[in-house]
Ligand binder design. Structure first.
Ligand code: ATP
Ligand code: MG
Length: 414
């Protein structure tokens, strides 16, 4: 026998038994996001590598370690590790900067990151996300957070924790970065290698480090005092405080977390995450924030923006299983031609119907019907002669003879 080939490490099949859960996530996304005026956008799964280097940031783990990059015709291409950069590219390229704001977009689809696979972490995974362009006011930040919470609610997830923080603007953040570097300087040798590397280029990212020995350093009183200090300028503080007022008024519970800095370089002012206590160590289902300089950095007109992305595998692991629906009817007949015709009639009327393509024994077909369908539609010689169908409700075992012309309207009454 030929050797079998397995799925690639860090990737997974979504099998038919799981498909109904994915369909629920996608259906609810369309329904909930549409209520807020968001339109779906589908961008390619690969882009030129430079888009991510410039868009996600070349001090990030994603760009430095995690990208699937390949060459074709002398171009460096990369499988998208996230979709904000692609959406921004499309937004600029298709002239959406000229549309009257806000421009509200949503997407879903696979992302690719070369990470260590573990529970809740894959190399091909899926995200659903939203981006809103053109509004700098904190009402936009509040809307996208509300949208995330309401999407989660639509999936029955009510008890998740929303964490928020403000990273300020590039100006006020500069002083904060310097203070953090200064207070961490005596501890430099005790930091993990990742933190040592980020110390110069991206000191805020240190605060997000998951290594226990680093976390302990940030807990030292003199260091913690600097981390927790209020550094944001007046305009950023006002933006942040208005956001909190909106969230309070809209009854969205949140926790302020000064250590929340997010993994991507492009954020300013608002950042947020939504976490679940039921996910173990990979506990974030949603991450997002404001990225007012990204459109300009990628060559577009200055356009403020805010958005988020959710990990769909992590959502799936939180929602209760969705049962696959049974067929409406299974035709039991030893006249395949007649069965074919009846099946087509019913399919045209919107019913989900199958019959036995192998024309097995009547009793076998009845057994199959009781497993896969709500109704057995018996089409024996007598029924064919009299132009009827014997409809058997497989839950109640009630059986009734129905005229063939009336079958579509009668079936559910048996
Ligand atoms: P994490 O801290 O869990 O690595 P992140 O900050 O890298 O998350 P984002 O890039 O903001 O995540 O992506 C948003 C969401 O996508 C995350 O909150 C998570 O639910 C999901 N996600 C990110 N990376 C993966 C992965 N490798 N496998 C599965 N889901 C992922
Ligand atoms: Mg990550």
């Amino acid at each position: 026998m030929a050797k079998i080939i397995n799925v690639v490490k860090g990737t997974k099949d979504i099998l038919p038994a799981d498909a109904p859960m994915w369909q629920r996530l996608e259906k609810n996304a369309l329904e909930v996001f549409s209520k807020y005026g968001y339109k779906e956008i589908r961008t390619p799964i690969f882009e030129v590598t430079e888009l991510f280097a410039r868009g996600v940031g070349d001090t990030t783990d994603i760009v430095n370690k995690e990208m699937y990059t390949f060459e074709k015709s002398d171009r460096s291409l990369t499988l998208r590790p996230e979709n904000t950069a692609g959406v921004v590219r499309s937004f600029i390229e298709n002239g959406m900067t000229r549309l009257s704001p806000p421009v509200k977009l949503w997407y879903k689809g696979p992302m690719f990151r070369y990470e260590r696979p573990q529970a809740g972490r894959q190399r091909q995974f899926h995200q659903v996300g939203v981006e809103m362009f053109g509004v700098k006011e904190p009402a936009a930040d509040a809307e996208v957070i509300l949208l995330a919470v309401n999407y989660l609610k639509s999936l029955g997830l009510n008890d998740l924790e929303v964490e928020i923080n403000s990273l300020g603007c590039p100006e006020c953040r500069e002083a904060y970065k310097n203070k953090i570097k200064e207070v961490l300087k005596p501890e430099f040798d005790n930091l993990c290698d990742d933190c040592k590397n980020r110390y110069e280029k991206n000191p805020l990212r240190l605060l997000d480090c998951k290594v226990e020995s680093c976390k302990a350093i940030f807990e030292k009183p003199e260091i913690k005092a600097v981390i927790q200090s209020d550094f944001i300028c007046e305009a950023c503080a006002e933006h942040y405080s208005k956001l909190k007022t909106y969230l309070d008024e809209l009854k969205i519970k949140y926790i302020e977390n000064k250590l929340l800095v997010r993994g991507l370089d492009y954020y300013n002012r608002t950042v947020f995450e939504i976490k679940s206590n039921n996910l173990g160590s990979q506990n974030a289902v949603c991450g997002g924030g404001r990225y007012d300089s990204l459109v300009r950095n990628l060559g577009g007109d200055d356009t403020p923006a805010v958005g988020w992305a959710m990990g769909m595998e992590r959502l799936i692991s939180l929602i209760p299983p969705v049962e696959a629906k049974k067929l409406d009817g299974y035709i039991v007949s030893n006249s395949p031609v007649e069965a074919f015709k009846l099946a087509e009639e019913l399919r045209n009327e919107g019913f989900e119907v199958e019959f036995d393509l192998q024309n097995k024994k009547f009793t076998k077909q009845l057994e199959k019907a009781s497993k896969v369908a709500d109704y057995a539609l018996i089409l024996g010689e007598d029924e064919i002669k009299t132009n009827t169908v014997s409809v058997k409700n497989l839950a109640t075992s009630t059986q009734k003879s129905v005229a063939r012309v009336n079958i579509g309207s009668e079936i559910k009454n048996v």
